[in-house]
Design a protein around this ligand. Structure first.
Ligand SMILES: [Zn+2]
Length: 342
């Protein structure tokens, strides 16, 4: 069986392959372009969409692209990228080596994504899965229910002459929120960073259900503003006298959400990650005989073992001090940290 290590990124020492390393590497396969999954590598392998967003966020790198389901043989191993449903171009990474099939999920969501490819589950022997919401507490209501709550809140705010401000990461969540709002006919203004990524989505062929505008301080009346979560403390949001702030995050179901989001008017559980049930569903439907959890609740592996799976949480490599330090605040169910990076 392939050895799997965490050393500031996922590393398969038997075939010398890096996946989503968070420090610069000579060559790295990238699942998607969120800031905690990329670094300034010399060369990357990714989907064309992720490569385009990587260039926008990190600049130059030697780029090799693989379309979904295009299998490429590298001699000691073969790679195939599978839709992950997390954001445009996001991929699960299938590695085939020595007769073993290993899938690394990166971040994923099984529910349909209104502006990205829907995730596909492929069979494997070893599953290395994120476990961000790996606690039974995190069972998200149907997305249509959450969307209706969003629309009702926006309607209330607008009729009260307030500006609804929707907080969502610049890559992925913002475009989902935008599409949901456009489908209901709202006029939407976008923070510059959201605008930039949204234009890349359009360039890559995503068709939104209406027009949208770039943020203009003088033209907010009657519009919904989408900004990254960190902006809520900045003048751009703070200077909107009559504002109504709505945060979209799976952490809405956390017991500490009222404390963590006390400066937000409403927190809705719309996530671009799998909830607990979908994490378990992926584990089951992959048919994997070995499951390794990472990027989230270590307890999830124990939940899986209780259900009869062979599962363990991926510990940090002893030499991986940077990863150990970074991992703790960034990934370990720390909802505030989750909202800060995009
Ligand atoms: Zn992500």
């Amino acid at each position: 069986m392939l050895r799997v290590e965490y050393r500031e990124g996922l590393y398969l020492p038997d075939i010398d392959l890096w996946l989503d390393a968070d420090g610069p590497r000579d060559r790295c396969v990238i699942s998607h372009a969120h800031s905690d999954h990329i670094a300034e590598h010399r060369a990357i392998v990714s989907t064309p969409e992720t490569a385009r967003i990587f260039q926008h966020r990190r600049g130059e790198a030697e780029i090799e692209t693989l379309r979904y389901f295009e299998r490429r043989d590298y001699g000691r191993y073969a790679l195939t990228l599978i839709p992950a449903g997390h954001c445009l171009g996001s991929a699960m990474i299938l590695v085939e080596a020595d007769g073993e099939r290993l899938v690394y999920t990166g971040d994923f969501k099984l529910r349909p994504n209104v502006v990205a490819e829907t995730a596909v589950i492929v069979p494997c022997d070893t599953l290395v899965t994120e476990s961000t919401f790996g606690e039974p507490l995190y069972r998200f209501p149907p997305d249509v229910v959450t969307a209706e709550r969003l629309y009702a809140a926006v309607d209330r705010a607008l009729s009260d002459d307030r500006v609804p401000v929707v907080l969502a990461y610049a890559l992925g969540k913002s475009q989902e929120a935008l599409e949901l709002l456009l489908r209901r006919g709202y006029r939407v203004a976008l923070h510059g960073s959201v605008w930039n990524v949204t234009e890349i989505y359009r360039e890559l062929g995503v068709e939104f259900s209406g027009a949208y505008e770039k943020y203009d301080r003088e033209r907010l009346k009657g519009r919904v503003l989408i900004t990254p979560p960190g902006c809520r403390k900045q003048p751009m949001v703070q200077n909107i006298e009559r504002r109504y702030i709505i945060m979209l995050t799976g952490w809405a179901l956390s017991k500490s959400a009222p404390y963590m989001y006390k400066d937000v008017d409403l927190v809705l559980p719309l996530s671009d990650h799998a909830d607990f049930d979908d994490l378990v569903r992926l584990a089951r439907e992959s048919g994997a005989g070995r499951i390794i959890t990472m990027h989230g609740a270590p307890k999830f592996a124990a939940h899986l073992r209780d259900m009869g799976f062979v599962a363990e949480h991926l510990a940090h490599h002893p030499g991986s001090t940077k990863g150990a330090k970074k991992q703790a605040p960034k990934k370990a169910s720390n909802a505030i940290a989750q909202t800060l990076f995009d």
